[in-house]
Write a protein that binds this ligand. Structure first.
Ligand code: IMP
Ligand code: ZN
Length: 437
């Protein structure tokens, strides 16, 4: 039996065991918190902790918009929750429409101005993901020219990437050491329960982003950087297109992505954030819909390795994906509810908002390849465990088998080798067995 088929057999056995076990709400929550997770779609600057943003802003005399950063009590509550003295935690009280998110990114840019701040937000992001049991993280970020306060000079985009990669390498080393130490302790303590098994160490990878709002020349520069670093560092695995979907087009940037693909880099492209057809909302004008339709078609024809969000395609586009290559989708539940304003427009809370997600229930029903991610955990006030707990509540899962299958399938979407994925599958399967019994 090959390594891959033996791990997939173990995975089938595992699913069967989970389905036979009964779970209470509490045991399900605990299981999900301990579950090893795969995070494939997170933007570094969007991971900034609120407390870090506030302290960087105060150090730099940046005034953060109170509308965006103070709690907005009037939004996102159901009538029932307004009556309740302790509203449930799956309520997000912040204003986070797509446009508001881009205002926040501008403010973050005014605060993360030097390599020291970059290092701080990177280390904190890695710590936060690891704390939620993430075992494999692909973090993306747009290289920027910052300040090097140590020398009072400008830091280049290479310095930006080097800073992130150094944080990742140091973090991995420390996390591996911690794991070994804790395993030794467990071995010496014969009475240790499986519940006290140490958290698996986290593997970190970096995806270079191209921001749609920047010029073609900048996109080319980032593509070159991604290709150069991918040759010399195991950490750099792909190229992403993100930024405001109202700016620029994939059509113009396609040569960059083609070059990256030809060089063996993996690609992930944000798409479907604005409607591709009439009747989806009353806000998008016809010219923008036409633009979005043509641009989305171009992205789908290009066949990136993964699609970010993929929220508002036409039925025809979704059907073609189903029939065709089934390109894996990076779904970000809280981000989708907030940016599409599903919670403000309707019943107010994230659980009801997620039930109104334009596609997620269909993807789950059809077993469409789809990972669950945080996108911008600092901005959406979320984390990798909360995203799964939200799914459980919104779709009424009685046991975590479906969640486990999403995690196991996501390993396959990683921008990594088959060997790496087979090993990761084995590790995750063993850990799940450990937390089950
Ligand atoms: P950075 O690349 O580390 O600076 O992370 C923040 C950037 O990620 C933002 O300025 C956007 O370009 C991008 N980003 C974050 N969330 C989204 C999203 O939901 N849609 C599109 N782009 C996003
Ligand atoms: Zn994103």
């Amino acid at each position: 039996m090959s390594a891959l088929s033996s791990t997939s057999q173990r995975y089938e056995d595992l699913k069967a065991q989970i389905e036979q076990k009964s779970f209470t709400k509490e045991s399900m929550t605990k299981f999900i918190q301990q579950l090893p997770k795969i995070e494939l779609h997170a933007h570094l600057n969007g991971c900034i902790r609120e407390s870090t943003l506030a302290s960087l802003a105060s150090e730099r005399n940046v005034k953060l918009s109170s509308l965006l950063h103070d709690l907005q009590q009037e939004t996102h509550f159901t009538e029932e929750e307004k009556m309740n003295e302790s509203p449930q935690e799956k309520v997000n009280k912040k204003r986070r429409s797509l446009l508001e998110c881009f205002e926040i990114f501008t403010e973050i840019g005014l605060c993360v101005t030097d390599l020291v701040a970059l290092k701080q937000i990177c280390i904190e992001a890695l710590e936060d993901f690891a704390k939620q049991g993430v075992v494999y993280l692909e973090l993306r970020s747009t290289p920027k020219v910052l300040l090097d306060t140590m020398y009072g000079t400008k830091a280049t985009k290479k310095d930006y990437i080097d800073t992130i990669l150094k944080c990742m390498a140091d973090f991995e080393e420390q996390d591996q050491e911690r794991y070994k130490r804790e395993m030794e302790d467990v071995k010496q303590n014969a009475n240790a329960s499986s519940q006290s098994l140490p958290r698996l160490p986290m593997t970190c990878r970096y995806i270079v982003s191209i921001n749609r709002a920047e010029s073609f020349e900048v996109a080319q520069e980032h593509t070159q950087l991604a290709m150069e670093y991918a040759k010399k560092s195991k950490y750099v695995v792909g190229l992403d297109l993100s930024g405001s979907p109202l700016k620029n087009s994939f059509t113009e940037l396609e040569p960059c992505f083609r070059m990256a693909k030809d060089a063996g880099l993996k690609t992930s492209i944000h798409c479907g954030e604005i409607p591709c057809e009439k009747g989806v909302d009353n806000e998008t004008d016809d010219a923008l819909i036409e633009f979005s339709y043509r641009d989305t078609k171009k992205i789908l024809d290009f066949e990136p390795d993964r699609l970010g969000h993929a929220l508002l395609f036409t039925d025809e586009m979704y059907e073609a994906l189903e029939r065709g290559k089934k390109i894996p989708i990076e779904c970000c539940p809280t981000s989708n509810v907030m940016t599409l304003e599903l919670a403000t427009h309707y019943e107010g809370d994230l659980v009801h908002g997620l039930r109104r997600h334009p596609r997620l229930s269909k993807w789950l029903e059809n077993d469409y390849p789809c990972s669950i991610n945080t996108d911008d955990p600092g901005i959406f006030n979320t984390d990798s465990s909360l995203e799964f707990l939200l799914l459980v509540d919104a779709f009424g899962f009685q046991n975590p088998a479906r969640i486990v299958s999403i995690v196991m399938d996501s390993i396959d979407h990683a921008f990594e080798s088959d060997d790496f994925k087979a090993k990761m599958t084995g590790l995750v399967t063993s850990k799940i067995n450990g937390i089950l019994y």
